[in-house]
Design a protein around this ligand. Sequence first.
Ligand code: KIV
Length: 276
Amino acid sequence: MSTQKKSGPEAFKKVTTLTLAELKHSGVRISMLTAYDYTFARLVDSAGVDVILVGDSASNVMAGHETTLPITLDQMIYHASSVVRGVNRALVVVDLPFGSYQGNPKEALNSSIRIMKESGGHAVKLEGGIEVASTVARIVQSGIPVMGHLGLTPQSIYQFGTYAVRAKEELEATRLLEDALALQEAGCFALVLEKIPAALAAKVTASLRIPTIGIGAGGDVDGQVLVLHDMLGMNTEFNPRFLRRYAQLGTLIPEAIRQYVSDVRDQKFPNDQERY
Ligand code: KIV
């Protein structure tokens, strides 16, 4: 397969953080999906997705870990650089992995700089609210766009103890809105809102100048994000209410492979046309 990028008449206007602000203000919803490798990134980008997230969900989806905690900065950079090579139009946002930014703003800045220089990604994402606001400000002051992430933040799973819906109680909902405003003030260009009540997501969205991207946060947000392998139906054991499957690759792929195995055994592959 060629690794040539599109140019000339096939090239289109690249998505930037500014584009996302314009989409929010014009009321056009933003589409975002994850990708972790070159081949899928090409497919996702060519289908017109606005933002590609190189999520630390790579830890689950690509590496088979139970949580997002084990993935390293080097591994995120490997995934992100593969994705960047497949993208022409989308904005590529890369997750700062657990342990690469929580220590202090300087550590977070160094990790972000490594991502930007070594992968060619366009922005970073980190989890947390007011407690990471000074970190966000430090990264943004250095010219690196930052996306925030509130609600269910999987890097804190051992603190939550569960993947249940967050901020159902008034106190936590109030705190989440304060966190969102603090992240906006710190310079975030957008926020992911994960698994929170739809009414709260709508309130946060209406309170912010910057776009919100929901996952399990209802429809009154500025955009939606899903994990690519989940929306393609590749993981049949994961069935949260918010997940819509747009394909059934978890069935289709094994069917194709079973057919191949059978053809090899029965000497139906290769045939006379498939040889030199
Ligand atoms: O890592 C990831 O895939 C994410 C999305 C679920 C938003 O953070």
